[in-house]
Design a protein around this ligand. Structure first.
Ligand code: SME
Length: 165
């Protein structure tokens, strides 16, 4: 049995440090990307408060042959399966390779509402050999839930997962 439950009193930096340690422990010897994303989605849900969605989208070819994002393992409500790279917060992160920290999703042009409860969002690209291979997506029902400290912590997690998802 794995028991990675975090202490409620952890500050944000320590919370992400422990999340990264737990993710490293669960993924370092496991070559299966789906298993690794599934466990890391569960860990993000356990470690990060005030979320309504936590998971992955991965770059894959669309029927047209162009790249798009395809839903990966997550915790939360069922979500849109395919996202073109020129759409939504996730598409913006994947296309630009830049973290997207959105305080108010209603003010983000082209935001895709998978769960009407979502109010703020943090999306970090996962790269391998310099190319974006997917994104980590966190949604919160609270406006302005995510800070630069969250972005920095999630980027560390994304770096750790390069080559494992
Ligand atoms: N809101 C995202 C879509 C994915 S869901 O939040 C799970 C977006 O605008 O790309």
């Amino acid at each position: 049995m794995y028991d990675f439950k975090p202490d409620d009193a952890l500050d944000t930096a320590e919370r992400y440090r422990q999340l990264c340690d737990a993710a490293d422990a669960l993924t370092s010897d496991e070559p299966d990307a789906v298993a690794n994303m599934a466990n890391v989605a569960a860990l993000m849900w356990e470690f990060l408060p005030d979320l309504n969605w936590a998971g992955f989208y991965r770059i894959a070819p669309a029927k047209s042959g162009a790249d798009e994002l395809v839903l990966g393992p997550f915790v939360g409500r069922p979500a849109c399966i395919r996202i073109p790279l020129d759409k939504g917060v996730c598409g913006a992160a994947a296309l630009s390779g830049e973290t997207q920290l959105v305080d108010d999703v209603h003010a983000f042009p082209g935001h895709i509402a998978c769960d009407a409860a979502s109010r703020s969002e943090l999306v970090v690209p996962v790269t391998r050999d310099g190319a974006v291979v997917g994104v980590i997506d966190l949604d919160s029902p609270s406006p302005g839930r995510f800070t630069d400290e969250d972005a920095s912590g999630l980027k560390k997690l994304a770096r750790l997962l390069s080559g494992r998802v």
